[in-house]
Ligand binder design. Structure first.
Ligand SMILES: [Zn+2]
Length: 271
């Protein structure tokens, strides 16, 4: 980060959010000093990057191995037909668009898959991790790295018109494995290629995730959601599952016993 990014943000461009009392100018300065890792830059990740860069998060590291395809444009809001025609790597295409949106933010695109050999390096210097992935093995790996290094992360996923999100603050809230002790079998889960996805559910889940990251980065951890939020957007239904007491009951191998089986390769990471 340069001094310009970390210490002297142009607060005038953020006046509509600094006017919001819980954020304020102090929160804005904290955002400018903050660093986020965006895991995946598809529908969730593109909206996350868009919102967090516009909000003035100082450093945004984006990791994605894929390239932009025409059928991504229906929901992946950072990309355009030119990116698809050029078949550009999503992380790099995102960084180009994001630099035009807010040049004060340091965007760091990384064209790579997230795996146990690089996840700990990817979270170095990171204050909050946000989930733009599309599979549970990667989420379990992120959860291990988050808990091991004490870096909060915001889980989010969606398919069709349904989605869910939950914030994990290591040592304070249940982790993903308190909720799901075993990784769901990918063969049993619906996916976007098999069941489709509509843009609004990705926009909604990513927006919920982005605000959780903004709360954490701006010095408002008490405002972090204590529930698992589940949205059925086609039926216009939202419900919230309390996580109170889950950590006590779970006897979690990850956050209670610090067995990081996804990081150390003991877990089955076949996809
Ligand atoms: Zn746990």
């Amino acid at each position: 980060m340069t001094d310009n990014q970390s210490t002297t943000p142009d607060l005038n461009r953020y006046v509509r959010q600094t006017t919001y009392a819980p954020l304020g100018s102090d929160g804005q300065r904290r955002l400018a000093a903050g660093a986020v890792l965006i895991c995946g830059c598809g529908a969730l990740g593109a909206t996350l990057a868009n919102l967090l860069v516009r909000a003035g998060v100082g450093h945004v590291r984006i990791v994605d191995r894929d390239r932009v395809d025409l059928h991504n444009l229906q929901r992946q809001v950072l990309f355009d037909e030119h990116d698809a025609a050029e078949n550009r790597p999503k992380a790099q295409a995102a960084a180009v668009h994001l630099a035009r949106i807010n040049s004060e933010v340091a965007c760091e695109p990384i064209v790579d898959e997230i795996h146990r050999g690089n996840i700990e390096r990817l979270i170095e210097g990171i204050d909050v991790i946000v989930d733009g992935t599309d599979n549970f093995p990667t989420r379990f790996l992120i959860n291990d790295a988050s808990v091991k290094h004490g870096v909060p992360w915001v889980y989010g996923g969606c398919v069709g018109t349904e989605g869910q999100t939950m914030t994990i603050v290591p040592g304070q809230t249940p982790c993903l494995r308190c909720l799901l002790p075993e990784c769901p079998d990918p063969a049993t889960l619906p996916t976007c290629p098999t069941h489709g996805i509509l843009g609004p559910i990705a926009g909604l889940i990513a927006s919920l995730e982005a605000l959780e990251a903004i709360k954490l980065l701006s010095g408002n951890p008490e405002a972090v959601s204590p529930v698992l939020t589940v949205v059925h957007l086609w039926e216009n239904r939202l419900h919230q599952v309390s996580l109170a007491g889950l950590r006590d009951r779970a006897d979690c191998s990850c956050c209670e016993h610090h067995r990081f089986t996804w990081l150390d390769g003991q877990a089955d990471q076949s996809r």
